[in-house]
Write a protein that binds this ligand. Structure first.
Ligand SMILES: Nc1ncnc2c1ncn2[C@@H]1O[C@H](COP(=O)(O)OP(=O)(O)O)[C@@H](O)[C@H]1O
Ligand SMILES: [Mg+2]
Length: 310
């Protein structure tokens, strides 16, 4: 379990985190989605007891990360952004080293178990320095699982991996996430949607949104820009679609228009119907995929508007 309340962190005068609050419970995979510099790593370092917050509080597995950081570390598995690997140690030696620091019982058996779990059983004697980035990430995950932690904190676990490795690591996370609390950070929207039960969107040290992947998707449906091309010219098409109640920001493009709808509403069906009813040929009706930047922009604008009206 993770409980975070009004957590803030400043580096000097720079506010990297501003009063963030959230919770995650057992059996839940919580995604922490945000662009570079959003404050993901900062939050995770605080939660794992490696760095104190400037203000606010956090409890992990029931223990305060500042007052009881030793208890927290016993119960947390942490995959940092860059896995600290000793290239001259074999995978097994590395795990033995990490396991003895944490006083894991029956260490050799446990090492075999985790090596198996992450699919490294055949590479146990390889030097960590000779492992590919994907296998090293698996070793990092094995290290995080070694002491059977209640809570797993994974900082961008798929960064730098190739597509096949990404699939493997995502499956592994889902599997190990069934009986613990997992929090993982990512800057990839589709990744958060695929692995997580719930997603927090963080931007400039603030949480902008929190929802299930499905709800976020529909909430953001209107953030898509729809490209429409017909047998008519751009200007008449813009006029025609401009009469619809839900079309916003119509922009003329070569051979057609680009238009967006209100948040949470898919305007493609009504556009298609309008064009067919006007007896025009529909040549293209496509939604550009929502970019994360656009989502952040939209959410930030919504938040500013809310603050202005308060
Ligand atoms: N040790 C540090 N000293 C000063 N600024 C830092 C330090 N670590 C991170 N920052 C700044 O804090 C912000 C959040 O960083 P970070 O938590 O690493 O974000 P993320 O992991 O989401 O990319 C960034 O603007 C970053 O430059
Ligand atoms: Mg980071």
């Amino acid at each position: 379990m993770i409980q975070v309340k009004n957590l803030s962190k400043s580096y000097g005068n720079f506010p990297a985190l501003s009063e963030i609050s959230f919770q995650a419970k057992r059996g839940e995979i919580l995604g922490f989605l945000g662009p570079n510099g959003a404050g993901k790593t900062t939050t995770m370092r605080i939660l794992t007891g490696y760095m104190p917050p400037t203000a606010g509080s956090a409890k992990v597995a029931g223990f305060d990360v500042v007052e009881e950081s030793l208890e927290v570390r016993k119960r947390v598995g942490y995959l940092p952004e860059t896995v600290p690997i000793y290239p001259e140690l074999s995978a097994r030696e590395y795990l033995r080293f990490m396991g003895s620091l944490r006083r894991v019982e029956n260490l050799d058996d446990r090492i075999d178990e985790v090596l198996h779990k992450v699919g490294l059983q055949d590479r146990s004697e390889s030097y960590a320095g000779n492992l590919s980035k994907g296998l090293r990430q698996r070793l990092g995950l094995a290290q995080a699982l070694l002491h059977r932690p209640e809570v797993l904190i994974l900082d961008e676990p798929t960064i730098g991996l190739d597509p096949a490795q990404i699939i493997g690591v995502r499956e592994l996370i889902r599997e190990v996430g069934t009986d613990r609390t997992v929090m993982l950070s990512t800057h990839i929207l589709s990744e958060a949607q695929q692995i997580c039960d719930r997603v927090l969107i963080i931007h400039q040290g603030r949480i902008l949104a929190e929802d299930t992947p499905t709800n976020l998707q529909s909430q953001l449906a209107g953030a898509e820009r729809i490209r429409v091309r017909t047998s008519s010219d751009s200007k008449s098409l813009a006029k025609l679609l401009g009469k619809l109640p839900d079309t916003e920001e119509i922009k003329l493009i070569e051979g057609g228009v680009e238009v967006s709808g209100p948040p949470g509403k898919d305007i493609r069906p009504i556009i298609a119907r309008t064009i067919v009813e006007a007896d025009l040929d529909l040549l293209e009706l496509s939604a550009s995929s929502v970019s994360l930047e656009r989502i952040f922009l939209q959410l930030t604008e919504e938040q500013n508007a809310r603050e202005d009206s308060e």
